[in-house]
Ligand binder design. Sequence first.
Ligand code: AMP
Ligand code: MG
Length: 489
Amino acid sequence: MKKLDQLNFENSFACLPQTFHSRLNPTPLPDPYLVSFNADAARLIDLDHNEAANTDFAEHFTGNRLLPGSDPLAMLYAGHQFGHFVPQLGDGRAILLGEVKNRAGDGWEIQLKGAGATPYSRSGDGRAVLRSSIREYLCSEAMHGLGIPTTRALCIVGSDQEVYRESIESAAVVARMAPSHVRFGSFEVFYYRNQHEPIVQLADYVIARHFPRLAGVPDKYPRFLKEVVARTARLMAKWQAVGFSHGVMNTDNMSILGLTFDYGPFGFMDSYDPAYVCNHSDHEGRYAYDQQPHIGLWNLACLAQALTPIISLGDANAALERYESVFSAHYLELMRDKLGLASVHADDEALVGGLLEIMHANQVDYTQLFRSLGHFNSAPSADNATLRDQFIDRAAFDAWAETYRARLQMEQSVDAERKWRMDRVNPKYILRNYLAQVAIRKAEESRDFSEVERLLKLLKRSFDEQPEMESYAALPPDWARHIEVSCSS
Ligand code: AMP
Ligand code: MG
């Protein structure tokens, strides 16, 4: 394990021509202090977890002191924001320190989000607030715990420097990690500038580093797009199956690697509602929960268009056409797993749809219902009262349960064995807004980060029963029913 000053930086993105980025150093933050450190992420870059105890650790992860070997820069990109093209965005407050190569040969980029203004900041202050930093940190690790592809988070460092949002808040920096921070918008920016050479360079760069199987093949660009389509479709299926809403699915927030990327006003659904909009500023519900699969495709179409200088229209369309089937197949597979079905049957889609329909009509909690469905007793005499009582319309549940029972019988499902499988796909614990809110309040009011720590530990094991943490599986308390989360962060 390595000391901070021994990290093996490689910085491949910095080696790309100047058109792709702006080199600059982070802007110092006064009196930084460590809010939380994630030893699991440290392991990915071979970093000795004892380093977090060093007094200069926080200095390094605000960017006040530069890590030896790093080559800081802000990445250029464009993006479609809420359907409208913005020709130039770029990292307005995130600074890429570089890429650390670990012993296994994997590269992990480290980006400091909130590390100060850049040439792409427009009117922004280049800062992030403690509140949003805690949300990003916890949710990315929670998603990882759920088995959903995501950027990771190494630590949060705070400072008492004031940041002006709707109210005055304090600044913080999250150290975000990903194999690559390239987004759909990283390609779009050059397409709209009519600069085709950088599109070739960026595609070759991404393929060489992240899709090496394609590097030598003659139709590498169409196959690259196909791969991004498939990864995005599968990611959307995973979000839908777990009840996650991203909130700001702009093309600048879409990872070229199919990772959940840029956590802003995200939310996990409480009661099942297809029209759930987690972003208070999204008045039209463009990024509502049930729109996500469609928006995933819409965003891919923007990417495909940006790639047309190197891919024929026919190939672009052929790649996009695969989206629907990859999404649907994976979604159905995940929902079958959530129902504990071990075989495939033509009526399964209707079975899933039927359950979601009565959950919606009865405002049943998405996470709790699926978790408790593991207890379903398939004996004809069983009344399944704890499940049934989650529905106001008991008869609707009974009717669905009858179909489910028959379906389980068809594959001779064994209750105990099925429950074991279901508990591995239906989380007991998710990052409900109110849980994050309690941790944020403690951190803001009294610099007490114990709740951040507790949630981090809890959510790494979302599928495990943790009896001492039972209350964290509860529905939101009344005060939390109307927490509003907006883009402001
Ligand atoms: P987001 O909605 O967080 O994905 O941000 C959209 C764009 O606005 C990105 O280019 C960000 O870098 C930029 N941005 C967001 N907040 C700030 C800020 N406080 N200062 C500078 N740029 C920002
Ligand atoms: Mg963004």
